[in-house]
Ligand binder design. Sequence first.
Ligand SMILES: Cc1ncc(COP(=O)(O)O)c(C=O)c1O
Length: 386
Amino acid sequence: MTFDLTKIVRPKIYNLEPYRCARDDFKDGVLLDANENPHGPTQPGLEGSGLNRYPDPHQLAFKTAMANFRNGENHQYKDLPQPLTAENLCLGVGSDESIDAIIRACCVPAKEKILVLPPTYSMYSVCAHINDVEIVKCPLITSDNSFQANTDEVIKTAQNDPSIKLIFITSPGNPTGAKVETSRIEKILQNWDRGMVVVDEAYIDFCGGSTAPLVTKYPNLCVLQTLSKSFGLAGIRLGITFASKEMARVLNSMKAPYNISSLASEYALRAVQPDNLKVMKQLSLENKSQQHRLVKELTSLPNVHKEPIGGLDANFILLRIGNGDGDNDLAKKLYYKLATESGVVVRYRGSELGCTGCLRITVGTKEENDKLVKEFAKLLTQLTSN
Ligand SMILES: Cc1ncc(COP(=O)(O)O)c(C=O)c1O
């Protein structure tokens, strides 16, 4: 395959001269270059915080630590040309910003398309609509409850439609919780070079086996990760795109120069220090044991399917409520009563492909799960006994 990024990225974006500030060249001294407030923040308590200054536009220390972390975890890919470096990364305001940026970089509005594999994360479609980009669907395999990518169908669909520029694969899936086998992702990467394959790994630390190191081997791969899930930092809004150095350069030149705030930068850097990475891994493991407990206790209830739907590779479970193929009406009522009568909020997913009657439940703390199980059982009995 001969991959040519200049044919994938819109020319004006590929050739974009990024915004440059004087601070790119000079960081110290009397700083009169950026029209900041020299007196500092106006509210008391923030003196000396430095928050009157624009943040660092590059986050090199965080990117380097994150690249090293993913390199260090990689025990499975032996023949990679190079390890990841900071130059393979671009940071966004959550992966939601990264999704939008990749669509804008590659798809000409009203002309080009993205391919998604439903049931999947809905932001790909939202961002596509915002950018006037059409959506083609190639469903995951639902018949065997594997929720794997239908590899041959994905390749055929993408090969037959030259206007498709991006394939979004969520692994582990949302709402399916199933990690897409790496061999399937590699097969798609090896058989389609007219665009980028974007693997969204928001939940990867709950199962391991990131494909991020593969961006040094496949120039048509972008991998999205986030600090919102396993790192417990949804509030700082920090998403990471791993890509070839060439693609990462494009994404970095497109982004607003100060998209990552000083506070987000600081917390992100702390999160990738060795001790905190250990805590992240430990908590992800603990999440597994609570996840298994929830599956066991909730699937033993009458009117709940005995097997969860999809996989257990993320930090949630997907349960089918009702007999037979699932009952959307019952699932919706249970969802509503849980929120309004018990104060427990889960997510109704019954309208997603292959998910009739499904509720998606995030694994909480032990105490939160205790409450969920008790209220879930009580309300389900009430709803099915009259
Ligand atoms: C698959 C997937 N990707 C991305 C995101 C959004 O992540 P962020 O908080 O980094 O925008 C989510 C959030 O639920 C998700 O489920």
